[in-house]
Design a protein around this ligand. Structure first.
Ligand code: ATP
Length: 411
């Protein structure tokens, strides 16, 4: 499990280029009146890494972004870019690029003028601006659009221009605040790949806030799940999805079947649990590996999680757990069949997804008796509430300099 503050080389941060900057928030707190918006939050973003902040409304995502941007200042803790403490600097001294949901383009300017705006403000020469605008238009795949007015562009094209304007100055860090929130689903998916391509090509260290979990998983090297101003879990999308720490993360990121198990035996790294007995199915014993945080004392009953796509229906495999159930509901979603299944011992509403590989398979009908099966290694033991997060990582580098970043142009 990744710790949020980990500052050692991230396996997914392969997009770093010479000049990519690190971003570190260390012990950052922010209070608004009676609301603790951020509570000693520590997050290290590797050079070239794209990190997404996820969490329910009010968990502190926007506040985190605003503190990085310099629109707010922390009550405690520090924000460091490339080792320099920028906590007290105004936004225009931090050398950041920003993209917002509403584009914030200048309607009276052409596409080219919008893209070149930051360079003009920084006093760059005309020839340099023209060359950079051309480079950006190529990068966003709108090479012929430099002279168009903003009103003559589609939403997706406007968002590309907003992105170009944010990155033309080679920002130290790119902040993306719901960048695709205003686009419809099809366009959104295309743009997710586009933004990711550009971010990786340029190796820009980036932080994105989104409400869309799929978007976060598609685009990010790392997702950070927040709640009440704290980080609950941080890791590669696959890792957080497959190995959620606790019930909140399991249920926030995708769908999870969570059920209680009685602990019947344990060793240091694993334990044997039994599902709770219920009429219809005898308790099932499984041996599960224990997350490190639970390798000390354990309660007698624990919750475990199982993703719907890990459950097979009427297709048991050797060594898999098998239980009897009954289909309660079946929904066809195009690429998959979704089911609610009553499985005594697990619960009355177990969700299971089946890929719709074949048009011959119409799915299992409501009321049908089925065998559900799953591999014990797909069952994740969840930390009960109150298990403290690991201690902050000691590998965060010390502050090396203070004051404005030397190389970045103001914006
Ligand atoms: P959403 O997903 O709804 O945008 P969020 O995760 O971005 O939510 P924040 O906007 O960071 O959440 O807000 C965190 C908490 O701080 C909330 O309880 C919010 O009401 C409060 N808050 C944020 N800004 C202010 C402010 N300027 N004054 C008072 N309270 C604020």
């Amino acid at each position: 499990m990744n710790h949020p503050s980990r500052a050692t080389a991230h396996p997914a941060a392969g997009a770093a280029r010479t000049g990519s900057k690190s971003l570190i928030l260390e012990g950052v707190s922010k209070r608004y009146g009676g609301v603790q918006a951020l509570d000693t939050l520590t997050l290290a973003v590797e050079p070239g890494e794209l990190v997404s902040l996820l969490g329910p409304s009010g968990c502190g995502k926007t506040t985190t972004l605003r503190l990085i941007a310099g629109f707010e200042f922390p009550d405690t803790g520090s924000v460091r870019i490339d080792g320099a403490d920028v906590s007290a600097l105004p936004p225009n001294k931090r050398g950041l690029g920003m993209v917002f949901q509403n584009y914030s383009l200048f309607p009276h300017m052409t596409v080219g003028e919008n893209i070149g705006f930051g360079l003009r403000m920084a006093g760059a020469k005309k020839a340099h601006i023209a060359a950079q605008v051309t480079r950006m238009l190529d990068l966003i795949r709108l090479p012929q659009y430099g002279d168009r007015r903003i009103g003559q562009l589609s939403g997706g094209q406007q968002q590309r221009v907003a992105l170009a304007r944010a990155i033309v100055n080679d920002p130290s860090v790119l902040l993306l605040d719901e960048p695709l929130g205003a686009l419809d689903k099809n366009l959104r998916e295309g743009m997710q790949f586009e933004i990711r391509r550009m971010q990786q090509e340029l190796g820009i260290t980036s932080v994105m806030v989104t409400h869309d979990q799929e978007e976060a998983m598609t685009m990010s090297d790392r997702v950070v799940v927040m709640s009440h101003g704290r980080i609950l879990q941080s890791g590669a999308p696959r890792e957080v999805y497959d190995r959620p720490r606790n019930r909140f993360v399991a249920e926030f990121l995708g769908t999870a079947n969570v059920f209680a198990c009685r602990v019947s035996a344990r060793s240091v790294q694993s334990m044997t649990v039994a599902t709770l007995p219920e009429s219809g199915n005898a308790p099932v014993e499984m041996t599960l590996s224990l997350p490190r945080a639970l390798q000390g004392d354990l309660p007698g009953t624990l919750e475990v999680a199982l993703r719907p796509e890990k459950i097979a229906i009427d297709a048991p495999k050797e060594g898999h757990i098998r239980l009897r159930g009954q289909i309660v509901q079946h929904v066809f979603r195009g690429s998959q069949h979704s089911y609610e299944i009553d499985v005594p011992g697990l619960g009355p509403r177990i969700y299971a997804y089946e890929q719709a590989f074949s048009t011959d398979h119409a799915g299992h009908a409501r009321g049908q008796a089925v065998t559900v099966s799953f591999a014990p290694h797909d069952v994740v033991v969840l930390e009960p509430d109150g298990v403290p997060a690991a201690a902050p990582d000691a590998s965060i580098a010390p502050v090396t300099q203070a004051g404005p970043l030397a190389s970045e142009g103001a914006r």
